[in-house]
Design a protein around this ligand. Structure first.
Ligand code: HEC
Length: 107
């Protein structure tokens, strides 16, 4: 009896953490990602079809979405990197939203 209830508590905890991470994934807001992209990325990147001005030497968000998966994009945006692309300090939720927006452009 003692053992059984202990196991139950462990499972409850596992489910609790599962729900938390599922909640985070569901909270990805690509509309907010678009707002962030317009503000922070559009100066260089073509972030949406029909954008008037962007640098022609920078990959478009549609290209980027086709080239990288979610994890790679999130890792790239979260860590300092050495490329012509500046290091932006984005929060985790901003990154989640931006990645959702970028991946949404692919189709
Ligand atoms: C000052 C210009 C500039 C801004 C602002 C900018 N980028 Fe970039 N970005 C670049 C350039 C240039 C590259 C190409 C990197 C290279 O060729 O070294 C790039 C590449 C990337 C890549 C692909 C990385 C790779 O390895 O090819 C991603 C993803 C990306 N940018 C996301 C973003 C996001 C998201 C934002 C806004 C939060 C943003 N960028 C803002 C200039 C910019």
């Amino acid at each position: 009896m003692q053992l059984e209830s202990g196991g139950g508590a462990g499972l409850g905890l596992a489910i609790f953490f599962l729900l938390i991470s599922a909640g985070n994934a569901a909270a990805a807001d690509s509309a907010n990602g678009q707002r962030l992209a317009e503000r922070w990325c559009a100066e260089c990147h073509m972030i949406a079809p029909g954008q008037q001005r962007a640098s022609d030497t920078v990959p478009t968000f549609a290209e980027i979405g086709g080239r990288f998966d979610e994890t790679t994009l999130a890792t790239f945006l979260a860590s300092p990197h050495h490329s012509r692309m500046p290091n932006l300090s984005l929060s985790r939720s901003e990154i989640t939203d931006l990645v959702a927006y970028i991946k949404g452009l692919e189709r």
